[in-house]
Design a protein around this ligand. Structure first.
Ligand SMILES: Cc1cc2nc3c(=O)[nH]c(=O)nc-3n(C[C@H](O)[C@H](O)[C@H](O)COP(=O)(O)OP(=O)(O)OC[C@H]3O[C@@H](n4cnc5c(N)ncnc54)[C@H](O)[C@@H]3O)c2cc1C
Length: 421
């Protein structure tokens, strides 16, 4: 903790940690309710620095909207006529997020939250500037990065040789090198394709013995096709997918084990339909193999795999990228004071949340991946941000509506730090 803390005695209504799709959407709704809100984080930072350049979004345009009560601020409002089935380039989505940050949210502060601890009332939040902020409520919208999962067989190897896919934006550094990508989801397959297109020699290695591909969306499906496939929703086709996608409150009411199974299995590892053809150029596949041991050898990785038929292979590669996903774990949210973490009631290492996204610590809210254990798989995607933002903002404003206004509500931070394009 910095030694020269500047204590700000004014009490604000809420502080939002993170300025990704969830943090920005929650901020837009909370500010529209007239709450004093501080939003801490660089807008769309994870998308800018931790996703591969040249990536295309997997979500359809209507499922890639940030949420604001102000009309005209959804992706589809900003890009009318963007057809279903035409993937959105990463840079276009980042530009949209930055536009949203500039026009739909006030006073974003491009600094970090370092520490959150309980106070009376509310919380004290320490920023990377050394400032201590007093706030009645805190919304944790920190996204996925700290939950990046690297399999145990690889986690002890040096970072020059083994990285998680979240560590890469510019893949051109791998030109002319053998790179093994572990995983079979969209991130693994798209990273492999982009590596091949950047002049590397990628190999996808997965314990699954076949790759799964998402169906091509039909912009104007026939009645028969609709009946066969079920409705189109933010997470894909089918009635069950529609339920998890559009009705997170119902998903929350399901028995815990059922919901956990849904979170695990919905939209399991699969590639986007538009990636399939590009896979054919320069990507080697090794399916039905699992890494059991790995080490180093003359600046390369040597590793052993076991096949589904029990065969053992020894291999070498210049670099391994683990595209092995994100596993939420409350112990990895180290900005939360240990005392707060201890007080949280948990569901599968994520906080158990009320129907308003509030944890068992009153005033402490969670949104995004950490809310998936309570609200289901839609919270892993941008599409869930609209539901989360409205519920959280509506709940944050309740005490304000039932109590007389506080004596001193400080203004939101000056606009000088507002995100710019
Ligand atoms: C390769 C890849 C592709 C994806 N493609 C899609 C897609 O096409 N469609 C889709 O819906 N979803 C996609 N996702 C999932 C996507 O990551 C989430 O839907 C989305 O990012 C959730 O938004 P968020 O605001 O919760 O998280 P984020 O976008 O990660 O935003 C959280 C922000 O909080 C910041 N932060 C963290 N800690 C602090 C701190 N202490 N202080 C200040 N700021 C902090 C982070 O820097 C980050 O910018 C993809 C994920 C990956 C990895």
């Amino acid at each position: 903790m910095p030694g020269r803390n500047l204590v700000n005695d004014s009490l604000i209504d809420t502080l939002i940690v993170g300025a990704g799709p969830y943090g920005l959407s929650i901020a837009a709704h909370a500010q529209a309710h007239g709450l004093s809100v501080r939003v801490i984080g660089t807008p769309m930072d994870f998308w800018q620095r931790h996703m591969p350049a040249g990536m295309l979004l997997n979500s359809e345009p209507f499922a890639s909207n940030l949420s604001s009560p102000a009309p005209g601020s959804s992706f589809t409002d900003r890009h009318p006529g963007w057809p279903m089935g035409q993937p959105i380039p990463l840079r276009q989505f980042i530009a949209y997020g930055e536009w949203f940050a500039e026009h739909a949210v006030r006073g974003i502060e491009k600094v970090q939250v370092q520490h959150v601890q309980a106070a009376d009332p509310g919380f004290t939040v320490t920023l990377s500037t050394g400032e201590e902020v007093r706030t009645l409520t805190v919304v944790i919208a920190i996204g996925v990065r700290q939950f990046a999962h690297v399999p145990a067989q690889l986690s002890a190897l040096p970072r020059e040789l083994v990285t998680h896919s979240a560590e890469h934006h510019d893949l051109s550094r791998f030109a002319d090198r053998d790179v093994t990508i572990v995983g079979a989801g969209q991130s693994a397959l798209e990273t492999a394709v982009l590596l091949a297109e950047a002049g590397a020699r990628p190999t996808v290695l997965s314990r699954k013995d076949h790759l799964a591909w998402n169906a091509i969306p039909l912009p104007d499906p026939s009645w028969t096709s609709k009946a066969l496939r079920g409705p189109q929703s933010g997470l894909g086709h089918g009635w069950r997918t529609w339920l998890w996608s559009e009705h997170p409150a119902t998903t929350r009411a399901l028995p815990d084990r059922t919901r956990q199974r849904i979170v695990k299995n919905t939209l399991g590892p699969a590639g986007a339909w538009w990636l399939r053809e590009r896979m054919g150029h320069g990507v080697t596949l090794r399916l039905g193999e699992r890494i059991v041991e790995a080490g180093t050898n003359n600046g390369r990785v040597r590793f052993s795999t076991v096949t589904t038929h029990g065969g053992i292979h020894l291999s070498q590669t210049d670099h391994i990228i683990a595209a092995t996903g994100y596993v939420p774990d409350i112990e990895k949210i180290t900005i939360l004071d240990p005392d707060l973490r201890r007080r949280l009631r948990l569901r599968h290492r994520s906080p158990a949340l009320s129907r308003n996204f509030e944890s068992s610590v009153p005033g402490l809210y969670f949104a995004g991946l950490t809310a998936a254990a309570s609200f289901g798989p839609v919270m892993r995607f941008v599409h869930g941000s609209s539901y989360a933002a409205q519920r959280i903002a509506d709940n944050l404003v309740k005490p304000r509506r039932s109590a007389p206004p506080k004596a001193a509500v400080p203004p939101v931070q000056p606009d000088k730090s507002v995100a710019t394009k």
